[in-house]
Unconditional design. Structure first.
Length: 273
């Protein structure tokens, strides 16, 4: 079965609407800011270096990279998130160029950037190989690539695995986001590009008053789950998915009287030869 351009474009339009819904900026602040800090430290941006943050979201990696003195561009598919990023950068007193764009068609010449970052971002581009090719293409020879992605076995990887049977099947050619957090898959994507990666697994802590409370927080704020509810609730199928996610949170819970779990992500540090 082949994928048509129309099917992928329709999927990207849905992705744009997904990330423009809810309050991903809050989710990024509450759950992902530590991941961004680790990635930026690994990238070690220097004054005057050109840095591209792919799928920047609300700028969690782009803004601290700009604080370090780098010339930063933050690109994202979702204009609402870019509006939040602009406000955050202004409040932080840093200059970042914010661009609405597609990780699978980066609007830059070959070798344009000293460093390319993506923090829990590019993994949601549907065509993994296309996105990887673009990241490698715009990175200069000798430049750095730093990617942080949820792993398949971690909490968010399992979160998406739990959602999958309840949702429409994506078009052929669209791969599951957590595969970017599999080291073999990631290295395969960049094979032949001259990029060699060092890989590390890290975890970030999620907390809430209860497992069900965490799922409800995600339902209100996290675009993919909010859109799932919009789709499933009119059919009477929402409570089944919510129940499965609450059960996942309960199984993953490390606390006795609240909710605490660790979500694993892969930190990939690469250099283009």
């Amino acid at each position: 079965m082949t994928t048509t351009t129309t099917e992928i474009d329709e999927l990207k339009a849905k992705h744009r609407a997904t990330w423009d819904s809810g309050d991903y900026a809050a989710v990024a602040r509450d759950l992902v800011s530590e991941v961004a800090d680790v990635a930026v430290a690994a990238a070690d941006p220097r004054p005057g270096e050109k840095v591209l943050d792919v799928a920047t979201g609300s700028g969690n990696a782009a803004i601290p990279a700009a604080h370090a003195g780098a010339e930063v561009t933050g690109l994202d598919l979702a204009p609402t998130l870019l509006d939040v990023a602009r406000d955050r950068a202004e409040s932080a007193g840093v200059d970042v160029e914010w661009v609405e764009g597609d990780a699978e068609a980066l609007p830059y010449d070959d070798g344009s950037y000293d460093t390319v970052l993506s923090v829990i971002g590019v993994q949601f581009a549907p065509q993994h190989q296309v996105a990887a090719n673009e990241i490698a293409r715009v990175t200069r020879a000798g430049g750095k690539i730093v990617l942080s992605s949820w792993t398949p076995r971690g909490f968010i990887g399992q979160f998406f695995k739990t959602m999958s049977p309840h949702m429409p099947k994506p078009p052929a050619g669209a791969s599951p986001p957590p595969l970017w957090g599999d080291g073999d898959h990631l290295r395969g994507l960049f094979e032949g590009s001259g990029v060699e990666f060092d890989l590390e697994t890290h975890s970030v802590v999620f907390e809430n008053d209860s497992p069900a409370g965490f799922i409800d927080y995600m339902t209100e704020n996290y675009g993919p789950l909010l859109k799932a509810r919009e789709l499933l609730e009119p059919r009477g199928d929402w409570e089944a998915l919510r129940g499965d996610l609450v059960a996942l949170a309960e199984r993953s819970n490390l606390a006795a009287d609240s909710f605490l779990t660790q979500s694993e992500y892969l930190l990939a540090r690469g250099r283009k030869g």
